[in-house]
Write a protein that binds this ligand. Structure first.
Ligand code: ADP
Ligand code: MG
Length: 256
């Protein structure tokens, strides 16, 4: 089972856009991916095209509150992948479990009990905070995909995140396989190249070859409840996410 947390504690770097378009790409490649929306804002759920996605009774908060088996919470999206949607109730989970030392392990237990046998890659769209929800995602994951927007503050954020993952690795005594993907790359800006070079220098092979360019169709498609392949298949945005998905597939990032 490949469990991938899509995380960066900075908002607006392309976590949700990347989760949406990678699961869509994996679905097109018949990999039958599952996405978990662990952001109380529910952007991935909205973009998934699932009807009334944020008002579904079966959602991630149901899992944390009632221990409903994860397999019972899956919804089929129009694009052929499965989703456990977010609901606004998710925002209460941090407060509910803030004093419970075992709360961070709930998702790991849930996944290994129920979805382990399916072999489907599971992508978790995280919220920008390192609270109970994100800790659950990281503890359940063996891999972390880190989208980084090609701007200065995002680049600083990666160093903080890298340090946090190192601490967690020591505590858990295991490694996270990490991939950094540069998003919102603007080929007309010198800064974009500088940030690429700096990240490459520091993180080497962890940085994906494929960069996601700034592309207006990527920003518009979620409004229509569509991924980029359904919304605008001939745009640079679609080509970028196709190439990224392929690169990650080839490197075994979604293998068991
Ligand atoms: N490559 C891109 N080109 C243009 N707009 C983008 C791109 N990636 C993300 N966006 C837009 O930027 C905003 C933040 O992206 P999002 O994926 O929601 O980030 P996060 O989940 O990290 O907060 C959204 O409005 C999204 O549509
Ligand atoms: Mg998001």
């Amino acid at each position: 089972m490949a469990v991938i947390a899509v995380f960066n504690q900075k908002g607006g770097v392309g976590k949700t856009t990347s989760t949406l378009n990678i699961v869509a790409g994996l679905a097109m490649a018949q990999r039958q991916p599952i996405a978990l929306d662990m952001d109380p804002q529910g952007s991935l759920s909205l973009a998934s095209g699932l009807k009334d996605a944020r008002a579904q009774e079966r959602n991630m908060a149901t899992f944390f509150k009632d221990k409903t088996p994860l397999a019972n919470l899956l919804h089929d999206t129009p694009a052929g992948w499965q989703l456990i949607p977010a609901s606004i109730e998710l925002s209460k989970i941090d407060a509910l479990y803030s004093r419970d030392p075992n709360a961070a392990k709930l998702l790991k237990q849930g996944l290994s009990e129920e979805l382990a046998l399916t072999g489907a890659p599971i992508l978790i769209d995280c919220c920008p905070m390192l609270g109970v929800l994100t800790l659950n995602a990281l503890l359940a994951a063996d891999r972390v995909l880190i989208p980084v927007a090609a701007d200065f503050l995002s680049q600083q954020g990666v160093h903080r995140l890298d340090a946090a993952l190192n601490v967690l690795e020591r505590k858990l005594q295991r490694k996270f396989e990490r991939r950094i993907v540069i998003t919102r790359f603007d080929s007309r800006r010198k800064l974009s190249y500088e940030i690429h070079d700096k990240l490459k220098e520091r993180y080497g092979e962890q940085v994906c070859q494929t960069r996601i360019g700034e592309n207006v169709a990527l920003a518009t498609s979620p409004m229509h409840g569509l991924d980029i392949f359904a919304y605008a298949p001939h745009t640079p945005g679609a080509a970028d996410y196709k190439a990224l998905t392929l690169e990650l597939v080839k490197s075994g990032f979604f293998d068991n």
